[in-house]
Ligand binder design. Structure first.
Ligand code: AMP
Length: 198
């Protein structure tokens, strides 16, 4: 499964909740980049140059990182990718990885929200987390990139008939309930809690 949404739409929060409920690992490219930036790794030093300005990390760097991550054993029972793919070239790359592993996407979830609402949310988050890419100019640039590049990704998956759109505005629990209601039928093996009393 993929989760796609503009910056501030709650992708990360919802991805964690969905992954718990479905029993699959959540993989956030933004989180992996941030961990590498903190660790001062070569990948982090390269990615950090782009992230601070709100630019996309180049496809060559991002694709390679995702390919390595998707080789690990914990994705065998399924995964939820958060924040990838963001460009149509990344869609093609992911298609190739999945085809090689004889895997397929069950569902692509798009969280939607109004731009001005997102700017307000992200400026609020900046006060709490001090994320270096949460200044107003950088936020607006990230939103522009979402519209210019990632909406084409959404259109591709829509054309394949696997896109589900969910309104990302509202309380965290409400949005999770909306999401679970809309994806439950589409995922291959939702984890069902064991029946009690046996
Ligand atoms: P996020 O936490 O998903 O908002 O990602 C934070 C930043 O990481 C983005 O603004 C980009 O600089 C970088 N990033 C994350 N995912 C990707 C991706 N799929 N392609 C390019 N850059 C990415």
């Amino acid at each position: 499964m993929l989760i796609i949404g503009p910056p501030g739409s709650g992708k990360g929060t919802q991805a964690e909740r969905i992954s718990e409920r479905l029993g699959v690992v959540a993989i956030s490219t933004g989180d992996i980049f941030r961990a590498n930036v903190r660790g001062g790794t070569p990948l982090g030093i390269e990615a950090g140059k782009y992230m601070d300005n709100g630019d996309f990390v180049p496809d060559s760097v991002t694709n390679e990182m995702v390919r390595n991550r998707l080789c690990q054993d914990d994705v065998d029972c399924g995964f939820l990718l958060d924040g990838y793919p963001r460009t149509t070239a990344q869609v093609d790359y992911l298609d190739a990885i999945l085809a090689k592993g004889e895997q397929k996407l069950d569902v692509v979830l798009q969280l939607t929200a109004d731009d001005e609402e997102l700017v307000t949310r992200l400026l609020g988050r900046a006060k709490e987390t001090g994320r270096s890419d949460d200044t107003e100019a950088v936020i607006r640039h990230r939103l522009d990139l979402y519209h210019e590049q990632t909406e084409a990704v959404v259109a591709k998956y829509s054309g394949r008939g696997i896109l589900t759109r969910v309104d990302g505005i509202g309380g965290i629990d409400d949005v999770t309930n909306r999401v679970m209601g809309s994806v439950a039928g589409a995922v291959a093996h939702p984890q069902v809690p064991a029946a009690s009393g046996r």
